[in-house]
Design a protein around this ligand. Structure first.
Ligand code: ZN
Length: 328
């Protein structure tokens, strides 16, 4: 654990920064190339039979789960029991060009998470080729979510959100989907109280171009993990830690947790995400209105800066807003 938590203290994380910190003793294979010719790397750990494929930063500007996964790997290296049970394939940056530019999309301007059927991009091709060959038993699709996401109507930020993606438009509870539900329920039971009920459930509208939906449809249990905001921690150091912890709970849930008969009930009781969050807000006494603003993120000299956008008027009767910072 020497390197974990101490490297990458900020949101920007390029491939060069990442590769410099990766333990050179780890098995690292290239599974393909990005549009701009960067290798897409996959770390391989473990000799067990339970195959777990995880990938982060398919959206290049979503680095919190990459950082949490890095910490998880640092700890995993010494966990002989888990390494003898599982066979891990871990892609820390599926979109290295987007990571370099700090963009959601790849260098062709395509959102890879809307390319699962088209497979029009080299990054998607590399992933699908690897996926077919590896044939995982569990997929973990790791992302960041914006500050706007809140837990149900509680007016608490969704520091973490999980989803067992749909396999069809009817949102059928298929076998693969129920396995994802079982594991998420385990994580939720283990973890929700210690994160002060800051876990939400992501929207399950079916879109087969999204990796999670596509893979669930193919019968592989897949879990979407979204790292969110906690208070004023814009570097997301706290949620990075929560991602690290939840990866342990997810793997434990997959490997050892017993089958609970009420897993689906537990899952459905996780409050669905709302979008009540505003980064800054205040009450305007002249207008007699609440105003809320959401930052935009810009990359400047390898640092992410949060810039103010315009304020919008909020409806006090709707009471559907929450401020990370309230101006007095
Ligand atoms: Zn994302």
């Amino acid at each position: 654990m020497t390197k974990a938590f101490s490297v990458f203290p900020h949101r920007y994380l390029s491939q060069d920064m990442l590769m410099e910190a990766i333990d050179p003793e780890l098995e690292c294979v290239s599974i393909g190339q990005s549009v701009e010719g960067r290798s897409i790397y996959c770390l391989r750990l473990g000799t067990g039979t339970k195959k777990i494929l995880a990938w982060a930063q398919m959206h290049g500007n979503e680095t919190t789960t990459t950082r949490g996964l890095f910490d998880f790997i640092e700890r995993l290296k010494g966990d002989q029991q888990l390494l003898s049970q599982c066979n891990f394939a871990l892609i820390l940056q599926l979109n290295p060009d987007g990571a370099f530019r700090y963009t959601r999309v790849n260098a062709n301007g395509v959102d890879l998470n809307r390319d699962a059927i088209d497979v029009s991009q080299p990054e998607t091709k590399a992933f699908m080729n690897f996926f077919e060959g590896f044939a995982p038993d569990l997929c973990l699709n790791l992302h960041d979510q914006r500050t706007r996401f809140t837990v149900g109507t509680t007016k608490k930020e969704a520091a973490l959100s999980f989803l067992a993606p749909s396999a069809d438009t009817d949102r059928t509870w298929t076998k693969a989907r129920l396995e994802a539900v079982r594991i998420i329920s385990h994580v939720y039971r283990q973890f929700n109280r210690s994160v002060q009920h800051r876990i939400g459930r992501f929207d399950d509208r079916f879109d087969p171009q999204c990796f999670g939906d596509y893979l669930t449809q193919k019968g592989v249990p897949t879990i979407l993990v979204e790292a969110g905001q906690w208070g004023s921690d814009y570097d997301r150091v706290i949620t990075r830690r929560l991602v690290y912890e939840s990866l342990h709970h997810l793997v434990d849930g997959f490997c050892i947790a017993p089958i609970e008969t009420d897993a689906l009930e537990t899952y459905l009781n996780i409050p669905e995400n709302t979008q009540y969050g505003y980064d800054v807000g205040y009450f305007d006494p002249l207008k007699q209105l609440w105003l809320g603003m959401r930052y935009s993120e810009q990359l400047q000299n390898e640092r992410v800066v949060f810039e103010e956008e315009g304020y919008e008027e909020l409806d006090p009767a709707a009471d559907d807003f929450f401020f990370f910072r309230e101006l007095k």
